[in-house]
Write a protein that binds this ligand. Structure first.
Ligand SMILES: Cc1cc2nc3c(=O)[nH]c(=O)nc-3n(C[C@H](O)[C@H](O)[C@H](O)COP(=O)(O)O)c2cc1C
Length: 568
């Protein structure tokens, strides 16, 4: 590390500045410069982020580049620094040649690149520009010196060169760089403007490509072209700016970087989880392919679309083996599965060749397989196929349909659920006569209870001759000054000895009324009515922390806990 290099740390061959805490931003400078060239960005972003500005191989305090160095070596340098510091993901920002390194890194390590910013970099130079830069590279290589420092300064700052202290800094950096490191990097820079041609479409993270309107070599056309080719890229052209605009107009560059860093990084796994909170039914979509073979796949992306004309849709992954058969065939049938058909759902979601072997089916009027036991079916002619990302939207026109009274199968958070349980519980209760309907209510994250002597009661109604209902429960709560909303059924259990049935919902209370609120951390277990209540509340206090709830059904000593939560 040379004395002029301020605040450097060292990892392997790389000297770097490391400032601040938070999400990481890696800054990669251009040929002839060093990490200090990011001064205004380091100052601004180290307040909110961990900023790592590296000295490129052969520059600043870093070691030299190996013989026969290619762009890949500079990319590897970034990967090595991140590995050495235990940094898994980072925003990558590069300037000029550093921009090429940044792109190279993002393409080679997409999972580690949160967002990408490329400033004043080059893309597919014109023949004329390429010839000029190659000539400069050859000159630098033969002279073995950095050469005329004033030439790049003139290109980068124009007539402003003498006016700014910035140009003075840049002149100092250029005069201090190792001639060999400079020449080597310059060769790579000169030869690498087209290595990513046609590859930028693979960049899916938020990207910024910025340059100055007066940067003659890293042109606005180049920035625009790069932005166009990436999925989430945008370009920025700063009027009147040249090559060193992160120094000459740091305010504008920092705002643009700030905007980029605020863009949400889409994590596909997490997005799938978010989508999965939408409760759906489950369908099996069927058809016959060209060869008359039966085809089918499980889908929950079903939606009704139009009543007149009658249209529905379902989305099929382009990766599905049967995608072509559905997209190109004359039609398909949609079977809405009933709660007894979880196995059918599983089988049609598999890659088995004989999905139809274990199901009974009949042909629809249009000849598509209709599965026995489904709650509804729609026989469709192919109305339209819409291309949508990694799926196709199949829009079908319903030619005939049917439905029955069985209960549909539900799907949410990666797991199945059934409504039948709730219905049968309520039915059973109304037949048994002696039933209570109660609720585990939360108010301000506390449990709502009614003290009765030295016992604690959960809100409930019933055990009379008439079956209890949720409306009675709500009326009872209202009378005690409690405004509550009931959510899902939480537990159903029978006390065999007393021949009573308990049906408990979970819910929220806005106002506690005359009830008492207890911390879940410190529930006085011994004061609750019985073991069944205690074990239900114990389960609830665990599950509320995880935000997932199961339905319990059984008797007051043993039973089944059914998942309505995330099965994955
Ligand atoms: C509950 C559930 C819902 C699904 N929804 C869809 C869907 O809407 N679209 C889709 O293409 N695949 C969906 N799948 C996955 C397909 O069923 C699965 O990829 C199947 O293997 C495709 O069959 P194929 O490759 O033999 O054509 C779903 C799977 C499950 C379990």
């Amino acid at each position: 590390v040379t004395p002029t290099m301020s605040d450097r740390s060292v990892a392997g061959d790389t000297a770097y500045i490391d400032k601040g805490q938070g999400e990481t931003i890696i800054f990669i400078h251009g040929v002839g410069l060093n990490a200090d060239a990011w001064g205004p960005q380091i100052a601004a972003f180290s307040k909110t982020h961990r900023v790592i500005a590296i000295d490129m191989l052969g520059h600043g305090g870093s070691g030299g580049a190996p013989e026969g160095v290619t762009l890949d070596h500079y990319v590897q340098q970034v990967a090595d620094v991140m590995a050495a510091l235990g940094i898994n993901t980072a925003n990558i920002v590069g300037h000029s040649m550093g921009g090429l390194v940044a792109i190279g890194f993002a393409l080679a390590h997409p999972g580690q690149t949160l967002r990408l910013a490329v400033l004043n970099s080059v893309y597919q130079r014109t023949d004329e520009k390429r010839a000029a830069v190659m000539a400069r590279a050859a000159e630098i290589a033969t002279s073995g010196t950095v050469g005329d420092i004033e030439a790049p300064l003139e290109r980068w700052f124009g007539p402003r060169a003498e006016q700014t202290g910035i140009a003075h800094d840049v002149r100092r950096w250029l005069s201090q760089v190792s001639p060999k490191g400079y020449a080597t990097a310059y060769q790579v820079f000169a030869a690498s403007d087209s290595v990513f041609a046609g590859k930028l479409g693979a960049l899916k993270m938020p990207c910024l490509f910025a340059t100055g309107s007066d940067d003659p070599n890293s042109t606005p056309e180049m920035a625009n072209a790069m932005a166009r080719e990436t999925r989430r890229g945008r370009s920025l052209v700063l009027a009147g700016e040249r090559h060193m605009m992160n120094l000459t107009n740091p305010e504008a560059i920092n705002v643009a970087l700030q905007d980029l860093f605020r863009e949400q990084v889409i994590d596909v796994k997490d997005l799938r989880k978010a989508f999965g909170t939408f409760m759906t039914g489950v369908t099996v979509v069927t058809t016959r392919d060209n060869d008359g073979q039966l085809r089918g796949f499980t889908a929950n992306s079903f939606s009704s679309v139009s009543l007149d004309p009658p249209l529905l849709l379902v989305c099929i992954s382009k990766a599905a083996a049967s995608c072509d058969a559905f997209a190109k065939g004359p039609g398909f049938a949609v079977n809405i599965l009933s709660e007894g058909q979880k196995d059918v759902s599983g089988s049609f979601a598999s890659k088995r060749a004989d999905k139809f072997a274990d199901v009974n089916w009949r042909a629809s009027p249009l000849g598509h397989p209709l599965l026995e036991g489904s709650v509804a079916w729609f026989d469709c002619a192919n109305h339209k196929v819409v291309d949508a990302g990694d799926h196709l939207i199949l829009i079908g026109e319903v030619k005939s349909y049917g439905h029955n009274d069985s209960s549909p199968l539900g799907y949410a958070r990666g797991g199945y659920f059934t409504l039948g349980l709730e219905q049968s519980a309520v039915n059973a209760a109304s037949q048994a006569g002696r039933a209570e309907v109660g609720a585990i209510l939360e108010c301000d994250n506390k449990l709502l209870v009614f003290p009765s002597g030295d016992k604690l009661e959960l809100p409930h109604v019933g055990f009379g001759q008439e079956p209890a209902t949720t409306s009675e429960l709500l009326a009872f709560l209202k009378a005690r000054g409690i405004s509550a909303s009931l959510g899902f059924l939480y537990a159903v259990y029978e006390n065999n000895a007393a021949r009573t049935q308990s049906i408990y919902y979970r819910g929220e209370a806005e106002l506690p009324g005359d009830a008492t609120l207890l911390d879940f951390d410190a529930l006085p277990w011994e004061r609750f009515r019985d073991d069944a209540t205690r074990s239900m509340l114990k389960r609830y206090s665990v599950e509320r922390l995880q935000g997932r709830y199961k339905i319990y059904s059984g008797d007051h000593v043993s039973g089944d806990v059914r998942d309505v939560g995330d099965a994955t």
